[in-house]
Design a binder for this molecule. Structure first.
Ligand code: GLU
Length: 322
């Protein structure tokens, strides 16, 4: 069997020429990125790393929503959080204005902007600085190094974010978030503007795959009790309007972001990330989707593949050790 590193190199070479899709255009910081950047990373739950391609940072964007949800679960527990943010997938775009449940006024789920803004508004802390520091500390623990916010991206998101501001005001109208709307939006944009590498994303996913324990440092970053909740919303809501197709074709919990990252969790085995900025009409990385389909098929990652498929990754890991 080919080693994992060799397979990643083959996939990188195979999909590098694929130039379908367009880079996100809504702020200059995303529009000016080199569209040919391309990286694939796998980190296993015991800390083995496989990486090919671009190793430079990019902004995490919507993938941050997964981790903020984890922190809000730690701050409030599942039941209280469920009163504020639902867990129902939507067939609407991620930044839809209208999705508040008629009766409860809750946003559908924490992976769409409305739900993510509501989640961020619930993070504990005495003031904006303390809340930001708590978020940064959490991300630092996931990646096991210092992390930084890209200030230009943050400023641009903030200046151009009229739609998110409208969503936040609508939720304020229904008393779903408190009156500190601008502070909440700032924190939301700061979390989206966090700089990560593809390997960082794989490491964060590996932490989730490892029941919340960071594979290198051994730190319990998120309680094992919340992993089930986090992975469930990733599985049903993590890939924009493609979540159902993704579940069918690839079959593992994942989250996508407009900068071109896709991060996925293979429970008890590994975290995987692909970064390539050209997006399809749903906002998912074009090359990312291709790479994940092949990885899932080759290693039998699909959660409902009940054949012997699951063992193929362990076999490939053994082959990689030789
Ligand atoms: N900062 C983006 C927004 O809220 C995140 C978009 C995304 O990655 O889906 O519009």
């Amino acid at each position: 069997m080919t080693s994992i590193q060799a397979f990643l190199e083959t996939l990188h070479e195979r999909y590098q020429p694929l130039s379908d899709g367009t880079v996100a255009q809504y702020i200059p910081e995303l529009a000016k990125v080199d569209p040919d950047r391309f990286a694939i990373s796998i980190v296993t739950v015991d800390g083995q790393r496989f990486q090919v391609g671009d190793s430079q940072p990019f902004t995490i964007q919507s993938i941050s929503k997964v981790f903020t949800y984890g922190l809000a679960l730690a701050d409030h527990g599942r039941d209280r959080l469920l009163k504020k943010v639902g867990v129902e997938p939507t067939g609407d775009p991620f930044n839809s204005l209208i999705r508040l449940d008629e009766a409860s006024k809750r946003p559908d789920n924490p992976m769409v902007n409305a739900g993510a803004i509501a989640t961020t508004s619930l993070l504990k802390g005495n003031d904006p600085t303390e809340r930001l520091n708590r978020l940064l500390e959490m991300f630092r623990q996931y990646v096991d190094r210092e992390v930084h916010v890209d200030i230009s991206t943050f400023m641009s998101e903030r200046v151009s974010g009229h739609r998110n501001r409208a969503i936040a005001h609508l939720m304020r109208n229904f008393n779903m978030i408190d009156e500190h709307i601008e502070e909440t939006l700032d924190l939301y944009y700061q979390q989206c503007s966090l700089l990560v590498t593809c390997e960082d994303l794989a490491m964060m996913a590996a932490t989730l795959a490892n029941q919340g324990r960071q594979p290198l440092s051994g730190v319990q970053v998120v309680s094992p009790d919340h992993i089930r909740d986090i992975l469930s919303v990733m599985y049903t809501c993590g890939m924009y309007n493609f979540a159902g197709e993704w579940a069918y074709r690839v079959g593992i919990p994942a989250k996508s972001g407009v900068s071109g990252g896709i991060m996925a969790v293979v429970p008890n085995q590994a975290g995987i990330a692909v970064f390539s900025p050209r997006l399809d009409k749903n906002g998912n990385s074009v090359r990312g989707l291709k790479v994940f389909e092949e990885l899932s098929r080759t290693y039998g990652f699909h959660l409902f593949d009940l054949s012997m498929g699951r063992c193929r990754f362990s076999q490939a890991l053994k082959a990689s050790e030789k």
